[in-house]
Each structure stands twice: as structure tokens, then as C-alpha cells.
Design a protein around this ligand. Structure first.
Ligand SMILES: [Zn+2]
Length: 273
């Protein structure tokens, strides 16, 4: 293990501080969840090709709710066929051992952390969860699991009348929407616990960022918040990430060039032994 990494982990162990792990798409790549860059990055409606930045908006949902749902159910199907990997399993062990000294912040909506065994209580799903839905008219803040019967077998399948019925709000019968943060929406406490996330980050002694870049707002602000409070930073990424640079240049930080399934088990074995 690199000397700097060992030094940071030793210090954390001695001080018995609070650990935050923040994950991005990189941790799920090894579970086979494709990024939006390839063939999954667009959606055809009639003769128009939409990019995911257009489909993943409330504006698109308002205009074409059923097309929006088809796209999300297709993505949900891809996530549903994926399994947590060694990186996800290591994150579960951190929660099991550190309990109240641990929180997970994930930008992923694939639900793999909860499937692996992390608790909803200690997991801030700041971008939502693709397996859940809520009322599009906001008649309440309730969040519902998307019924199992609602699924599309492939990109070209249509939603049946029964599925559409199951996608209605149990309270007011309006259409529900996927419980995810769309590109034209902002973080909030009632759906995404963003203030609770910020409050926890203030108590963080060691932040490990995994497979995420600085392009996501929440990743960048979290890293700076911990750094400004004097906490330690570890960035795990197989490719270049500006977060790695920030970590390296902070008073106590390092960058691990590798995948989450390589590094998280190593860090777990060291910290929890
Ligand atoms: Zn409703």
C-alpha cells in the first residue's frame, strides 16, 4: 500500500473519526451498468432522436410522460439485471463495522448499494432511485416502489393499460414519475435529504470519493466542504479525475489510480482489521 494512503488510514483508525464514502457511476461500471455515452445514450420517439440530457428532464416528462416512463423502465431493466460487485460489498462492510461513524452518499440511481446491503438510513441517495416513483403532481412527498409488473422487455415495447394504471398515484390518481433528480431540477431535502447530507459532511473526518468526477455538483461541494473543515481525502478512480488533484493537493489526501473493486477491499481490510 502507498505510504500516504497508509498514513491517512492509520490516522483515521487512531482518531476513530467519521467516514463518508461518496460514489459515482464508476463503481457500477464493473456491474455492467452502461454509461449514457454508448447506444443507451439516446431514445427515438417517432422519427426524432433524443439525447439523454433531453429525456432526463421534467420538461420532457411533462410533454411525453409515457415516452419518459418507457425510457426509465428500460434503464431500470438494465439496472435490475446487474449485481453488486466487490466494491459495493466493501462499502457494506464499512457500514456494518463503523455504524454511526459511517454514511454513504451516492449519485447513482441504480439501487445497487441497497441491494448489496447498505441501509436506507445511512445512505444518502442524492439523485434518487430508479426503482421508485412518486406523484408527478406532488400531492404528497410519499415515495413508492415501482410495481414488479411494470416493466418493458426491450426498447420498442409499449406500456400496457394495466401498467399505466399501476403507474398512477395511489392517492390522487395523477401519473407518477420516476423518483430521480432530473437535469432541469434542483436538490432538496424532502426528496433527496440534501440538507441532512450537508450536515453529515460537516462531521466527516475522512472522505473517500469513488468513480466520480468533479462535474457533478454534489461531488465537488462535498470534497471542498471536507477539505475546508480539515478532513482527509482519498480519491479512487482508474482515470484522471480533478477530485484526485484536489485530494493530492490538500493537507491530508491522496489519489488511488485504480478501480473501486481493487481499492475498496484493500482499504476495508486495513481499516477494519
Ligand atoms: Zn398524487
Amino acid at each position: 500500500m502507498e505510504e500516504k494512503l497508509q498514513q491517512i488510514l492509520n490516522e483515521f483508525k487512531e482518531n476513530e473519526g467519521n467516514l463518508t464514502i461518496l460514489t459515482g457511476a464508476g463503481i457500477s461500471v464493473e456491474s455492467g451498468i452502461p454509461t449514457f455515452r454508448g447506444a443507451d445514450g439516446y431514445w427515438t420517439v417517432g422519427s426524432v432522436n433524443y439525447q439523454f440530457q433531453q429525456i432526463g428532464t421534467f420538461t420532457f416528462f411533462e410533454d411525453k410522460p409515457l415516452e419518459s416512463w418507457k425510457w426509465f423502465l428500460y434503464r431500470k431493466g438494465v439496472c435490475g439485471r446487474s449485481k453488486p460487485n466487490l466494491g459495493h460489498m466493501a462499502v457494506v462492510d464499512f457500514e456494518k463495522h463503523l455504524q454511526d461513524r459511517f454514511r454513504l452518499i451516492t449519485q447513482n440511481v441504480d439501487g445497487l448499494h441497497l441491494l448489496a446491503g447498505n441501509s436506507e438510513e445511512k445512505t444518502f441517495q442524492v439523485h434518487g432511485n430508479i426503482n421508485q416513483m412518486r406523484c408527478s403532481k406532488e400531492c404528497s412527498y410519499d415515495i413508492y416502489d415501482i410495481p414488479d409488473k411494470v416493466q418493458v422487455p426491450d426498447r420498442n415495447a409499449s406500456l400496457t393499460d394495466e401498467m399505466i394504471k399501476l403507474l398512477c398515484c395511489p392517492k390522487c390518481k395523477a401519473m407518477t414519475r420516476p423518483h430521480v433528480l432530473w437535469w432541469d431540477e434542483s436538490y432538496n431535502e424532502h426528496h433527496f435529504r440534501i440538507h441532512s447530507t450537508r450536515a453529515w459532511v460537516d462531521q466527516t473526518d475522512l472522505l473517500i470519493t469513488v468513480g466520480t468526477s468533479a462535474s457533478a455538483n454534489v461531488a465537488c461541494t462535498t470534497v471542498y466542504q471536507v477539505k475546508d473543515n480539515g478532513g482527509s481525502l482519498i480519491d479512487i478512480n482508474p482515470a484522471y479525475s480533478p477530485l484526485g488533484d484536489i485530494a493530492k493537493h490538500s493537507h491530508s489526501g491522496t489519489q488511488c489510480t485504480g478501480t473501486s473493486s481493487e481499492y475498496l477491499p484493500i482499504i476495508r481490510d486495513f481499516l477494519l482489521s
